[in-house]
Design a protein around this ligand. Structure first.
Ligand code: AMP
Length: 214
């Protein structure tokens, strides 16, 4: 198997970039989505994770490594994984290296999405999501046709519990303290591919593809 990592602060557009890269044959693995799903299903992991997520803190590394280990299972040699929101600490990065070695795999690129903090706060505090299909809107940048209602399936739009401004600021400082050191970790391995994520999503997609296909 091989893998790419989408690295960047919350709100840089990792999820949106991932949606596009799925078309290139990558298997999307988002630890945030997995944890939200676990909470919805009221599993022990989901219930434990929720208290961390609500305050914008990181879920403990061992919990995260375990869900990734399960997810990778016995990945076939030709599978291409795309990690979104993982790893987020040095410990997780080392855990991932071990898992990948065990699977005879390799990390080929770390797409580092760069975006200024103030833009992130605006993006996330205005973000709204459809409860039924997961479509993502923004109250000013990408509003739905009818306020609070999804254009695609009429589902109710909601704000993620951790997208309020205070929690977003906390998530940003957690990113700076715990996740940013990964840039040096992967730079040492010559894997960092920086992209400007402050423009349109299409710009991010084009920049990422120029590394992945270039
Ligand atoms: P995300 O959807 O990636 O923004 O993640 C939402 C929240 O889930 C984060 O603020 C963390 O509380 C938790 N989370 C997701 N991925 C991880 C991870 N790799 N390590 C620790 N916590 C995580």
């Amino acid at each position: 198997m091989n893998a790419i990592i989408l690295l960047g602060p919350p709100g840089a557009g990792k999820g949106s970039l991932a949606e596009s890269l799925v078309r290139e044959g990558y298997t999307h693995v988002s630890t945030g989505d997995m944890l939200r799903e676990a909470f919805k299903n009221e599993t022990a992991v989901g219930l434990e994770a929720k208290s961390y997520m609500d305050r914008g803190a990181l879920v403990p590394d061992d919990v995260i490594i375990n869900i990734i280990r399960e997810r990778l299972g016995d990945a076939p040699a030709d599978e291409k994984f795309m990690f979104d929101g993982f790893p987020r600490t040095l410990n997780q990065a080392q855990g991932l290296d071990q898992l990948i070695t065990d699977l005879n795999g390799v990390i080929t690129h770390v797409i580092m999405m760069e975006c200024p903090d103030e833009m992130i706060i605006k993006r996330l505090s205005g973000r709204r999501i459809c409860r039924s299909c997961g479509a993502v809107y923004h109250v000013t940048n990408k509003p739905s046709k009818v306020d609070g209602v999804c254009d695609f399936d009429g589902g109710e739009l909601y704000q993620r519990d951790d997208d309020n401004e205070d929690t977003v600021r906390n998530r940003l400082s957690v990113y700076t303290e715990q996740t940013k050191p990964l840039v040096a970790y992967y730079a040492d391995k010559n894997l960092i591919c920086p992209i400007d994520a402050s423009g349109s999503i299409q710009l991010s997609v084009d920049s990422a593809l120029s590394y992945l296909n270039g």
